[in-house]
Design a protein around this ligand. Structure first.
Ligand code: SF4
Length: 374
């Protein structure tokens, strides 16, 4: 547990949800399966949930440490409003301890170690509108740990006709699951490997809670979700593991949940592993398709397997180059050749933004947040 005496002086305190008081001024956080029991003046494993005087606070609330406009394909989501921009944001901290973290500069930092800007939930929505983004993504670090802020942003987003996206490691308890996921429209869940050994040694967590989250998403929500598996040479790149992972997805989530195999590059504490060879991604994809999954993609390399094809007649439907959509032939979400319905959210169900809000959003984006250089 981190001592947060200094941190408390600098960060604004917003009372947390999903905690209970314990004897001796301790707080039990049950937002994620770590179930931290946090002493007075200390923080949980994720750094940004702190106990001050026996009460739990969320330091991530309204304090994004990273804000950027990305293509939705970068999340990655290939079946959710393709070719659109997504207002992307993250805070400090994380509830996993991945040795290969590619955003470690913020995910392994405390709130007082990163440069953050105060942005209210309403202003997040207006910034998204002002920057022509139909969606907001909670990304870069693990959004579960700042779930209070996520929920309030979702309410503001809905009010303004925007969509919301969780880019998550799926490490959340059932106590908090519906509070958050009943509010969001889409998610990409990192299934980092398919062995408990990998999860325990390389992420300092467990596999089963992530599998549970995927099943809850499938069976208990309307969230559109896709799955990502980052392949790291020698750690999770065995054919047998690809087969078991694909079979599990087919059996528990069905053939239409898109699966992204993505390439690793050396980062953080895993500098001794090489980049993932493209052949490994091709092999993983071939195994997943052979298992019966319909939409299997490769990412972080230049590849034809970033494009979407019809699983029935094989027609190329959406051609992508890296994260760009170069051609989209879908007709109302159907294959124009054989008329197969392609699962996904292909058009924004929410209406156009009223001119008055649009004007306000543009003014705020330039006058209040021009320094963000979005
Ligand atoms: S969200 Fe943070 S404080 Fe809460 S249990 Fe998880 S790691 Fe611990």
């Amino acid at each position: 547990m981190e001592d947060l005496r200094i941190l408390q002086k600098t960060a604004s305190l917003h009372e947390a949800r999903w905690w209970e008081a314990e004897p001796n001024n301790k707080a039990h956080c049950y937002l994620c399966p770590r179930h931290c029991h946090i002493g007075d003046g200390q923080a949980g494993f994720c750094f940004i949930r702190v106990n001050e005087g026996g009460k739990l606070y969320s330091l991530g609330y309204a304090s994004p440490a990273a804000i950027q406009i990305d293509p939705i394909e970068k999340k990655p989501l290939n079946h959710f409003l393709p070719g659109t921009r997504v207002f992307s944001m993250g805070t400090a901290g994380c509830n996993m301890g991945c040795f290969f973290c590619q955003n470690w500069d913020i995910s392994k930092s405390r709130s007082d170690q990163v440069h953050s800007t105060h942005v209210s939930p309403e202003d997040v929505a207006l910034l998204a509108i002002g920057n022509n983004c139909p969606s907001i993504a909670f990304t870069y670090n693990e959004p579960t740990i700042w779930g209070e802020y996520v929920i309030d942003i979702c309410h503001a987003a809905k009010k303004h006709g925007l969509n919301t996206v969780m880019v998550t490691n799926g490490y959340i308890t059932y106590d908090a699951f519906h509070d958050i996921y009943d509010q969001v429209d889409a998610a990409n869940v990192d299934l980092k490997a398919f062995t408990e050994n990998f999860y325990g040694r390389i992420t300092l967590t467990h596999l089963q809670p992530v599998l549970d989250t995927l099943k809850w998403l499938k069976n208990e929500t309307n969230v559109w979700f896709e799955v990502t598996n980052l392949i790291i040479p020698t750690l999770n790149d065995e054919a047998e593991e690809f087969r078991r992972l694909s079979d599990w997805i087919l059996e528990n989530l069905g053939p239409d949940v898109p699966l992204h195999f993505t390439a690793f590059h050396p980062d953080f504490k895993l500098q001794d592993k090489p980049r993932t060879p493209p052949e490994t991604l091709h092999r993983a994809r071939a195994i997943a398709l052979e298992s019966g999954l319909h939409y299997v993609y490769e990412g972080n390399i230049h590849t034809d397997a970033a494009s979407t094809s019809c699983p029935s007649c094989k027609m190329l439907l959406i051609r992508r180059g890296w994260h760009d959509v170069q051609q989209n032939r879908l007709k109302d979400g159907h294959c124009p050749n054989c008329n197969l319905k392609i699962p996904g959210r292909w058009s924004n169900p929410r209406g156009a933004t009223p001119a008055k809000i649009l004007q306000k959003a543009e003014t705020i984006s330039t006058e209040r947040y021009g320094h963000l250089n979005l």
